[in-house]
Design a protein. Structure first.
Lengths: 159, 430, 647
């Protein structure tokens, strides 16, 4: 399965990836309108900085055996047996935050989203923009340090 | 090979999946005392509140049993295990043979042991049937009395309050959530519930349920009388271990299971609320009646049952609740017992934010997060891994804390589960 | 928790940071951490927001766009952004100068009774410089004409700024040749805004040379005007004792903190704080008296002239409030954090703004007018006195740190000293340098910034310099840092200075670090350098001098303007973290190499203060060699100690 990877030396911490993610998951899909939506769209990726001052966006790693699936009390989160994608069904999610409690990466965010004309509490995590060819964040990165590749491919790219 | 699984909830269903992952051919039979296909027990409060319909409670798809080639036997209570003949006996007299057996019978609500407990209108809050009965009675409105300040009692209270009923919670302890979280968080949550219309009375216990055939209220140990049309007892659970009595299976609070979730008798396993396994932090034997512990145990037991060895790392007390938009997460050991533990906390009373860490010998052993729950899982990972956090102790409670600041501590080769990091490395974070 | 020791080396600051952490009060440091990582495009200066075809970013890794939509290269984008920072910094200083000139005018015309002409001598010197007749005229007449002439320089369109002509002849000629002698104060700043508009120049050298001109209109213009006219109006500073750090706040007195920059406000407040009516009112409200203290440059102004205690420097502005002991913090302009309003709100403290140019939403504004200056100052102090009973005694935590200091050195006063009792002269200073008793001189100036441990940059650098027999002059928040570390005491020479500097300090009775004032008073350093050149024996231009400057913890755009005017005046200048220019190799090279050939001064960027100090020492040594001076007297001793540190 393709995943999002980064060449950490080239991340300049500009957060364009966060903006693009939020816009992608907004109702209007337009930045200027998205910032006026209620609830505000939330990015599923978060730019962080480690102790050595290397910065990188962090999002769902689609683990082999996700803790979030074990913790999910509504069975909303599942792992696609073919692609390996870990995805939450927003309709089934009850917003109990058990997944937030167990995700070792801390990449699941408690949030409110609009479903139809209602607002609902759901746990958000990156689904690699499964409706797009390339994730919005990867496309938006101005230094091109984000990659959407199979891990073996990425290892070769980095080398 | 015939796998027999007693129990059709978190542990049972995950065991089925774990077995089928490896063994697609052997027979699997699942026996359940309840009359429903596997449903999300934790969601009965959403059902009670009217936010979920019955058909929205299924844990897996409707065709789960068919697709996984499982014979499902509903409405059958297993009353005896006969290890010598490798058979189980149901209440209705049926006898079923097994090659490998998983006892995942869960637990049931503890009674109060007081007169009147058997009146109409007095309920536990464990099964969908419980929820249905309460829901029916709740149509008539009225007043709800909840005995017990734990998660069960409060979730039922919250659901019924959302339906518009008056709710009074009566707790013997000086505060609610006394087994779940620490004093301060419990007190803050308690105040919040009261502010939102749920009455809470502490330091009292019922000695008597009043009314004739139907419950009308209760008499408390201080002599006072309280009224109530619906009485819910949330005083904890007791393991459904009776079927193992006189079988030679070692039992204590629950059915004792080792690191591979085997009981002392070969080919018999235990998982879920009924199992007594080890605690991941202290290593002591304990029961942790939590959904996430049950699912993990089901998976591990299932895998071990196929002959593949998989260690169970141990259970972790971990609870997440939210009432009236105030979330509370409590993981690990949060009530400091004796010396050797350090506590650090940040409290912002105005915004109702409380964060606390419990540290022992430079390892994080507990965390409480009230109203600031982002990144909670990173703390859980630190607890699970038992890594030395002395170098980062002073930033753990900052509001800019996130994964990156403990990346070096968590991204290691040893650990329980594998992921691929953002830089393409295979790591075991937790 | 939260790494207080990594945030500041100042124990008083550490104590307040600990308290802030415990009581969940946000500080600059918390906000800085939350802001990480900060955008690299911004850091590198390669984000351009000048027109609506943008915003544009240059990819520093060479793959994405290498020009903006209009075709601007990284060089142009960096140069334009930098020029605008110079404009902003110069504008701040120059506006300050304008305000002082205006106050002088009003005082001279008798329209502002709170202001008097205190230094008649200096008035006369300036009048002569401006070609104003002295004979038979009252000081008010002279002052009026001087003020008008100076004010007109702000709007001057052609010609040359008068004070810039003070520089050594060679320097003035160089500026003329390069076309960077400033024509007028405001004109240069306006032209930066024009030149950096979309579609004007895109030759980075051309843009930046005008930037140098604008900086010069600050250093030898706006700032110098501020300094000189403040001396006329409020008195020229003389060496004076004082105290510094949060311990100057008093448990039993009404604490009033003045923060900001312009002495037109703070100087009058000093007078008002001694008003017997107010003191009586204070006693009635349970206080022993009124304790005035300052933060940032306005504090330096009233320290230099009146010995008023300094509560702290830039990063301590919130911390002063966190003592819980401040009744009023009154502010005018510059370096005032918006966060002050929230921090004050955690205590009984009243925050009061006074300048029409600087308002905070929902904060009390009591507008300061020159003609009612004393009255308004009293009004504000009255609010403070009446707020004293609201102080919660159990919420007061004043750290004990209170360090003695000597300040008040100016281009004139220090060398009154050094010249000995008989006449004011720079001779002994020049001789000291020529004979090698002093290696040279350095200015350590500038702000604080949470991107470096608070005060660490200033103190480590200053100590390293004086250890190597470099006399240090300090201004602004750097001077305050040195004050708090005890370096502004004559005794500090014995503890920290090299042998040669020690001897000088002992003989003359000065500290090894001389506090010469506020940030506009960096202009005093320009005058001093000129005087040293004119005294003779150390070359013919400022760029010949064994001298260097540094801003190890810089934060503001003002710092950039100051850096540029020193470089343009021929001084090697080091900034701690780089200015936002590294996104353009050409601009970086221009600033750090080429400028030396053009104006005799250049930049270096070095965040490690000790390494930076050694870059300055190396430069000073180079200049000594070029002047063929004797070797430094106590070189062996300095070298030995220097080696210990470098290892």
């Amino acid at each position: 399965m393709k995943r999002i990877f980064i060449d950490i030396d080239k991340c300049l911490g500009c957060r364009s990836c966060e903006l693009a993610c939020a816009v992608e998951y907004s109702v209007s899909k337009d930045l200027l309108k998205a910032i006026q939506e209620d609830p505000l769209p939330k990015p599923r990726t978060d730019v962080q900085q480690d102790a050595k001052r290397g910065s990188f966006p962090l999002q769902c790693r689609h683990c082999e055996e996700p803790y979030c699936i074990d913790a999910c009390i509504s069975g909303a989160i599942g792992k696609d047996p073919e692609t390996g994608l870990v995805v939450s069904n927003e309709e089934k999610c009850v917003g109990c935050w058990m997944c937030v409690m167990v995700c070792p990466w801390g990449v699941i965010r408690p949030a409110q989203v609009s479903i139809g004309d209602k607002k609902k509490k759901v746990a958000l995590s990156c689904d690699l923009c499964r409706d797009r060819e390339t994730p919005a964040c990867v496309e938006a990165c101005p230094t091109g340090c984000l990659y959407f590749q199979e891990v073996e491919e990425f290892k070769k790219t980095k080398a | 090979m015939h796998y027999v699984i007693i129990g059709n909830c978190a542990a049972g269903i995950n065991a089925v999946e774990a077995i089928r992952d490896i063994d697609k051919k052997s027979e699997i039979t699942v026996i359940s005392e309840e009359n429903y296909p596997g449903y999300c027990r934790c969601l009965i409060s959403e059902y009670l509140a009217g936010e979920r319909e019955e058909n929205q409670l299924l844990y897996r798809e409707e065709d789960f049993y068919e697709k996984n080639n499982v014979s499902l036997s509903l409405g059958e209570k297993v009353v005896q295990v006969e290890p010598k003949s490798k058979r189980i006996v149901t209440k209705s007299g049926k006898k079923i043979s097994y090659d490998r057996l998983l006892i995942a019978t869960g637990a049931r609500p503890k009674g109060l042991g007081i007169p009147g407990e058997d009146k109409e209108g007095v309920f536990g809050f464990r099964t969908l049937d419980d929820a249905k009965k309460i829901k029916e009675l709740a149509e008539n409105r009225g007043k709800v009395l909840v005995f017990g300040g734990g998660l069960i009692g409060l979730k039922a209270s919250y659901a019924l309050k959302k339906r518009g009923l008056d709710v009074e919670v009566i707790v013997k302890s000086p505060r609610i959530l006394s087994q779940v979280t620490d004093e301060r968080a419990a007190q803050m949550m308690g105040s919040w519930l009261i502010e939102n219309g749920i009455d809470i009375r502490t330091g009292s216990a019922p000695i008597d349920i009043l009314g004739d055939k139907r419950a009308k209220g209760a008499r408390l140990d201080n002599g006072e009388k309280v009224t109530g049309d619906i009485v819910i007892i949330g005083k904890g659970v007791v393991c459904n271990k009776e079927l193992a009595e006189d079988s030679g299976i070692r039992i204590h609070w629950g059915i004792i299971a080792n690191d591979y979730l085997e009981t002392n008798l070969s080919d018999i396993y235990a998982a879920g609320d009924v199992a007594e396994t080890k605690d991941i932090i202290l290593g002591e034997k304990t029961t942790n009646a939590l959904w996430t512990a049950a699912t993990e145990q089901g998976k591990v037991a299932g895998e071990n049952m196929t002959g593949r060895k998989r260690i169970y790392p141990g259970s972790l007390a971990a609870n997440s609740i939210e009432f009236f938009d105030l979330p509370l997460i409590s993981v690990g050991h949060v009530r400091v017992r004796d010396n050797g533990y350090e506590e650090f906390f940040r409290l912002n009373e105005q915004d109702c934010i409380y964060k606390k860490l419990v540290i022992k010998e430079n390892r994080l052993v507990g965390v409480v997060l009230l109203n600031a729950i982002e990144n909670a899982g990173v703390y859980t990972a630190l607890i699970r891994r038992g890594v030395d956090i002395s170098k980062v102790k002073d930033i753990l409670l900052e509001n800019y804390f996130d994964y990156a600041l403990v990346k070096d501590l968590l991204e290691k080769k040893e650990g329980f589960r594998e992921s691929i990091s953002i830089t393409g490395d295979v790591v075991k974070t937790a | 928790m939260a790494r207080t020791k990594e945030r500041s080396i100042d124990p008083a600051a550490q104590k307040m940071l600990k308290r802030a952490n415990e009581e969940d009060i946000m500080t600059t440091w918390d906000r800085y951490e939350a802001m990480q990582p900060q955008c690299g495009f911004g850091e590198l200066g390669i984000c351009c927001r000048i027109c609506n075809m943008g915003p544009c970013r240059i990819d520093p890794f060479g793959e994405g766009p290498q020009t903006g939509v209009c075709g601007a290269s990284a060089d142009t984008i960096v140069a334009r952004n930098l020029a605008r920072m110079i404009a902003a910094g110069a504008a701040a200083h120059s506006d300050h100068g304008r305000d002082v000139a205006h106050a002088l005018l009003m005082a001279a015309q008798g329209k502002a009774k709170a202001y008097q002409i205190k230094d008649e001598e200096k008035l006369k010197v300036l009048a002569i410089e401006y070609g104003i007749k002295l004979e038979g005229r009252k000081k008010e007449e002279i002052a009026e004409e001087l003020a008008e002439k100076v004010l007109s320089e702000f709007g001057q369109q052609h010609g040359e700024l008068r004070m810039a002509l003070r520089a050594p002849k060679k320097r003035v000629e160089l500026w003329r040749k390069l076309g960077i002698l400033p024509r007028g104060v405001d004109r240069e700043i306006v032209e930066i805004m024009h030149r950096t508009h979309m579609g004007v120049g895109n030759d980075y050298r051309n843009i930046l040379m005008h930037g140098l001109r604008t900086a010069l209109s600050d250093g030898w213009g706006g700032s110098m005007i501020a300094t000189e006219l403040s001396d006329v109006l409020f008195g020229s500073p003389r060496p004076i004792r004082g105290t510094s750090n949060l311990g100057v706040l008093r448990e039993d007195e009404v604490n009033v903190v003045v923060h900001g920059h312009e002495p037109t406000l703070s100087d009058v407040v000093v007078a008002a704080s001694q008003d017997p009516e107010l003191l009586e009112l204070a006693r009635k409200n349970g206080a022993k008296g009124i304790n005035l203290a300052g933060i940032c440059c306005t504090s330096n102004e009233i320290l230099m002239r009146h010995g008023i205690p300094v509560a702290g420097n830039f990063l301590q502005q919130e911390l002063a409030l966190i003592t819980g002991a401040v009744e009023v913090m009154m502010v005018d302009v510059q370096c005032l954090m918006p966060a002050l309003a929230d921090t004050a709100g955690c205590f009984h403290t009243k925050l009061i703004t006074t300048s029409p140019k600087c308002k905070f939403p929902q904060v009390t504004h009591i507008q300061f007018e020159e003609d009612k200056a004393y009255q308004i100052a009293k009004e504000i102090l009255k609010l403070a006195v009446e707020n004293f009973p609201n102080r919660k005694k159990n919420k007061v935590q004043i750290p004990r740190e209170e360090e003695n200091l000597v300040a008040g050195f100016t281009a004139e006063s220090v060398f009154n000293f050094l010249g000995g009792r008989f006449r004011a002269t720079y001779r002994p200073l020049n001789d000291a340098i020529i004979t090698g008793r002093l290696r040279g001189a350095a200015g350590v100036v500038g702000c604080n910034n949470p991107n470096i441990c608070h005060d660490y940059g200033h103190i480590e650098m200053t100590k390293e310099l004086i250890k190597n027999d470099v006399l240090v002059v300090a201004t602004g928040c750097s001077a305050i840092a040195s004050a708090k570390a005890g370096l502004l005491q004559p005794e500090a020479a014995l503890k920290y200075a090299g042998k040669g500097l020690q001897e000088i300090c002992e003989t003359v009775g000065i500290p090894p670090v001389l506090h010469v004032g506020s940030c506009v008073d960096n202009s005093r350093i320009l005058v001093t350098l000129t005087n040293v050149v004119n005294e003779g024996g150390l070359g013919e231009d400022i760029s010949d001098l064994p001298a260097a400057g540094a801003a190890p913890e810089w934060m503001s755009e003002k710092a950039i303007s100051i850096g540029f005017y020193f470089v343009a005046s021929g001084v090697f200048t080091i900034f701690g973290t780089p200015q936002p220019v590294l996104g353009s190799k050409n601009v970086t090279r221009f600033m750090c190499e080429e400028l030396e050939d053009i104006v005799g001064g250049k930049y270096a960027f070095e965040p490690d203060p000790i390494k930076a100090a050694h870059l300055m020492i190396d430069h000073i040594n180079k200049k000594r060699q070029a002047l063929k001076l004797k070797p430094v007297m106590y070189e062996e001793v300095a070298k030995k100690e220097g080696e210990l540190v470098k290892a």
